[in-house]
Design a binder for this molecule. Structure first.
Ligand code: DWN
Ligand code: SAH
Ligand code: ZN
Length: 408
């Protein structure tokens, strides 16, 4: 039995994925012998419906001076966060607004706020990505956000008009401290806007590769509304957004201070219909995950029997779950192509597939590309017409296992 991180109710896990390495722990061959592994296991709380990992590596093992994910590697994400910054700019009407971002990474969003000379602060514990943000003129501190830090920020800067947190709330197990910190910092009238991969999308697409060490929570309105209520906070709006394979953006304020949009109720109904509060939903998910693994392995086995070459496209965190869970290694995949310098010339966590520069893909096309960065399919397809024209095929595994000429 495990204890819910939110309400402390005891529950059993519904699935284990076996031993997993750090999802973003790209490593050199010298590091193989010391590689860290833990058991990746997930459950759903029967009381508050929060879907969560039952254990997570120490935060410093995941977020540090060599963090491998740089937000600005995707053009679509750059546009997405420019749009979010515009929305934030529209929202702030205070005299001297103050915008805080939790997990600002390389400054992909805050750089736009900074350019407008608006008071702001980015909180980013991974120092290498924080430095990139600082170089863009973003006011950054390298700390982990929690209640204590929120109080310090409030003492120094006053209340935040907006706190933004994209793809980071679901990374933090000490949610109680974070939510208390947010409540303290937004004061009476500030707004908290955050977005994370949405549980309904994960269920609909069987996108189980979202399950890895950094993602300790898999949020729904059902689980979040209950949690915020305890703090007298309220979700007053939601927006489904088409990034990271399907995400939800939540707008939160002090309870009874904002008009609650009909979309909150509508989407709660969708969740009820999808039975996010029933254990059978997760048992079904487990069955679908096992089927997906088997089908992907069958396709890969057949391609290799035919003597063809496969290259991975995008050394995503998500790919660590796929390769380790499905047992896909260098015998199946020649290398993974990725545009992020820090990942290149290293090996993938656990399975030790070489990660190479994008140019290596471009210069000698494989027969098949296994699209690990499936959430960026549109952007990738637009620039890979040549590969398709040359007869290259894409292996997709979300939402279904298929081999296609065109991604879209
Ligand atoms: O939640 C998280 C999200 C926001 O980002 C973090 N925990 C970690 C990370 O997850 P991810 O690694 O699965 O993110 P992406 O955005 O799917 O990663 C894409 C990878 O593919 C990057 O390494 C960049 C690379 N890439 C590429 O090589 N060519 C991406 C594009 C668009 C390309 O054209
Ligand atoms: N917001 C960016 C980055 C998401 S990756 C985007 O959406 O693209 C998650 C980021 O959160 C990492 O940069 C990590 O260093 C940071 N992070 C992890 N725990 C944190 C915490 N407790 N407080 C602030 N940032 C944190
Ligand atoms: Zn619970």
């Amino acid at each position: 039995m495990y204890k819910c991180l939110v309400c402390e109710t005891e529950f059993d896990s519904f699935m284990t994925f076996g031993k997993m390495p750090i999802a973003n722990g790209f490593l050199t061959s010298e590091d193989f012998k010391n590689e860290f592994f833990y058991e990746l296991e997930i459950g759903a709380c029967p009381n508050c419906s929060m879907v969560q990992l039952v254990r997570q590596p120490e935060r410093e093992m995941m977020f540090h001076e060599d963090y491998a994910f740089f937000s600005s590697t995707s053009e679509k994400q750059r546009v997405h966060f420019k749009t979010l910054s515009d929305e934030i700019l529209d929202l702030i009407n205070a005299n001297d607004p103050f915008v805080v971002e939790i997990g600002c990474n390389d400054g992909i969003m805050l750089e736009h706020i900074s350019k407008k000379q608006i008071r702001h602060l980015g909180i980013e514990p991974s120092t290498n990505v924080a430095e990139v943000a600082a170089d863009k003129g973003v006011n950054t501190i390298s700390e982990f956000f929690d209640y204590e830090l929120a109080k310090k920020i409030k003492d120094e800067y006053g209340n935040a008009s907006v706190i933004s947190a994209s793809n980071v709330m679901c990374h933090i197990p000490y949610l109680d401290s974070v939510v208390k910190g947010v409540k303290e910092l937004i004061g009476d009238s500030g707004v908290f806007i955050f977005e994370d991969p949405y549980l309904i999308d994960i269920l609909e697409k069987t996108s189980y590769d979202q399950i890895y060490d950094e993602h300790v929570f898999y949020f729904s309105i059902t689980s979040l509304a209950k949690m915020f209520d305890k703090y007298d906070l309220e979700i007053f709006d939601v927006k489904r957004i088409n990034v990271h394979g399907g995400s939800m953006r939540y707008y939160v304020a002090q309870k009874d201070t904002k008009h609650v949009s009909v979309d909150v109720e509508k989407m709660s109904e969708v969740e009820k219909y999808n039975e996010v509060d029933k254990l059978s939903t997760y048992q079904n998910l487990k069955t679908k995950i096992e089927r997906s693994k088997e089908e992907l392995n069958n396709i890969i086995r057949k391609i290799k029997t035919d003597g063809k070459r496969i290259v991975g496209y995008g050394a995503t965190s998500k790919s660590t779950t796929i390769t380790n869970f499905c047992g896909i290694g260098p015998d199946e995949i020649d290398f993974i192509s990725d545009t992020t310098p820090i990942k290149q010339d290293k090996y993938s966590p656990g399975t030790h597939i070489p990660v190479k520069r994008y140019e290596e893909f471009k210069e000698c096309y494989p027969d098949y590309a296994l699209l690990f960065a499936w959430n960026h399919a549109e952007e990738i397809m637009a620039k890979e017409e040549e590969f398709t024209k040359a007869g290259g095929k894409w292996i997709m595994y979300v939402p279904n296992i298929e081999v296609i000429d065109d991604i879209l």
